[in-house]
Design a protein around this ligand. Sequence first.
Ligand code: HEC
Length: 216
Amino acid sequence: MLRQLLLVALMVLLTACSVSESGVRYISTPTLAVDRLAVPPLSDNPTQLEAGSFIYKQVCMACHGDIGQGLTEEWRLEWEEDYNCWQSECHSPSHPPWGFEIPTTCCPSVSGQGTLMRFDTAAELYTYLTETMPWWSPGNRSTQEYWDVTAYLLNQNGALPAEVELNAGNAMVIQLRPASSPPGDLLPAVIILVAALIMAAGLLAIQNRWYEKSSP
Ligand code: HEC
């Protein structure tokens, strides 16, 4: 009897918990809107990728998007009244001294298929970033910060595993583009070459026969 009572009490308790849990979820869902412009604080002992992600969000995200999509219309909508960056107070041609004019080419995507294809190696991307980014003040980050943000971009593009720390020692050998075309691409060319050689050998044989026959 006591066991049965305990069992019933436990079931009532569990039901109450799940109801209150779903109740909390129901109440909190509408307020869960993610602030995509927010930069989460950096932990005490960050990995290179965490540090790179932090710099990206702090410095690069405004122009290149929260997931590297570039300054797309969808991303610009996050900026609400500054939606039209080119005409906003701080980025128009008549910007105040603390602003800067935003280029019409702003801003390319830096993550996703086909991006960063102009760079052969991680070292090339790193050099480009140190010399040209952030666009309004190139070179304004520390050397380590440039390595971190380069590592972050590479990782986002599947070109750097999380366990590899990017630095001057390995950046030259980390490829962004496949070094050469894969063997599959060469197969049709090889078949055509072999066929041409067989045909040439056949023609030679016919020619030899013809000479043999025609010579006295
Ligand atoms: C004010 C806007 C702005 C900010 C901030 C900015 N960039 Fe850029 N970025 C640009 C523009 C504009 C270009 C295109 C430049 C060009 O093509 O000459 C560009 C180009 C790039 C490219 C080359 C993309 C390609 O494939 O051609 C990379 C990579 C890049 N930025 C990374 C970064 C990183 C990393 C940061 C932060 C450290 C950053 N950018 C900050 C505006 C910005």
